[in-house]
Design a protein around this ligand. Structure first.
Ligand code: ADP
Ligand code: TRP
Length: 323
């Protein structure tokens, strides 16, 4: 049997997820990671560029692991670990930083966007792509599943590999991105893209009531009940497409016939969302903090075993060790 390709992705522990994150990122990952030798890394050192509260970082780290397991990632089928447990990553990042130039890093989106908004960036944010390159290259990764926004950072990893290989001889594999094909853009309750920065989200692991409240708050036009509704222009209907399965055919008929009002449509949607997230929510609730810490500790050991072998080769090549 052919050797499986190696896949690695990193997740910033950034807080509560919404159903857009689930359909756009978690589910596509959970549906495909099993075909590869997969590594799932919590990028806690990347998060340190923004999160300054230790308790929040701890809590978010546990949460993100729980989210992925609840979404269907089996810890027995992937190495789940956190970046800070493998100090070789920050060591390798430093080595890459000595190979790339300041103008090159100045083009990176994470840094450019922040400065573009007139905000001050810390040096960690500036060097961020080289830490990400280290995360990826450390494991001879073939594929990096990421959202479109991270495409450029994977290119930076390829560039770091090429620079190192040119300077010291073939050492790192150049990885490819695997842009996650989501269901498209999940609309938020105001009809724009669902995003935590717009405050228009339906929470993934919220209580039934939190989901109902968000759904009942979806903005609709002012058509009265009894009037036909336009399924193409209605956010509620857009979400039905994602959550209401075979009911969609009947719903469309009722929309066009004017035999359903927004209130009923929303109530049905809320129940369908609740029904589809309930098993995940239950799975998540059954995960103890202790079991998650154990998953991270075990994964950290496996990752470190790989990383310590790789960094040994790197140290020899750059001339900091003696034989
Ligand atoms: P937010 O916009 O809420 O800050 P993030 O940028 O943290 O979300 O998104 C993380 C990932 O979740 C993205 O790479 C994207 O794949 C997915 N995602 C976020 N919002 C949506 C959405 N509305 N529809 C589809 N996918 C989304
Ligand atoms: N920078 C990525 C993000 O913000 C997270 C990340 C860190 C990552 N290291 C990685 C993603 C390595 C893929 C591979 O989403």
């Amino acid at each position: 049997m052919a050797k499986k390709q190696r896949l690695l992705t990193g997740l910033q522990p950034s807080g509560q997820l919404h159903i857009g994150n689930y359909l756009g990122a978690l589910k596509p990952f959970a549906d495909t990671y099993g075909e590869y030798e997969s590594f799932l890394m919590v990028a806690d050192y990347h998060a340190l560029t923004t999160i300054k509260y230790p308790e929040q970082l701890r809590e978010n780290t546990i949460d993100v692991v729980a989210d992925y397991i609840a979404a269907g990632v089996n810890p027995a089928q992937a190495v789940i670990f956190k970046q800070s447990d493998v100090p070789e990553h920050t060591e390798l990042a430093w080595i890459f930083e000595c190979l790339v130039t300041v103008p090159f890093l100045m083009q990176a989106h994470a840094y450019k966007d922040k400065v573009g908004k007139g905000l001050e960036a810390n040096a960690g944010l500036f060097n961020y792509p080289m830490l990400m390159a280290a995360d990826i290259l450390m494991y001879d990764t073939d594929l990096v599943p990421v959202g479109e926004d991270q495409r450029q950072h994977v290119e930076y990893a390829r560039e770091a590999a090429a620079k190192f290989n040119a300077a010291y001889g073939e050492t790192f594999k150049e990885p490819k991105d695997k842009i996650i094909k989501s269901v498209g853009t999940v609309p938020g309750i105001d009809g724009r893209k669902m995003s935590k920065s717009y405050g228009n989200t339906i929470p993934l692991f919220g209580t039934d009531d939190a989901i109902r409240t968000a759904v009942m708050g979806i903005v609709t036009d002012s058509r009265k009940s009894g009037e036909p509704l336009d399924p193409e222009k209605d956010t509620v209907f857009g979400l039905h497409r994602l959550f209401s399965g075979a009911q969609i055919v009947d719903l469309e008929k009722r929309y066009l016939a004017g035999s359903i009002g927004y209130k009923e449509s929303k109530e049905l949607l809320a129940e369908n969302i609740i029904a589809s997230v309930t098993p995940m929510r239950e799975k998540r609730a059954a995960l103890s903090r202790k079991s998650i810490l154990k998953i991270l500790a075990d994964g950290g050991e496996v990752a470190r075993e790989h990383a310590s072998k790789k960094i040994k080769i790197v140290r020899e090549k750059i001339g900091v060790t003696f034989t």
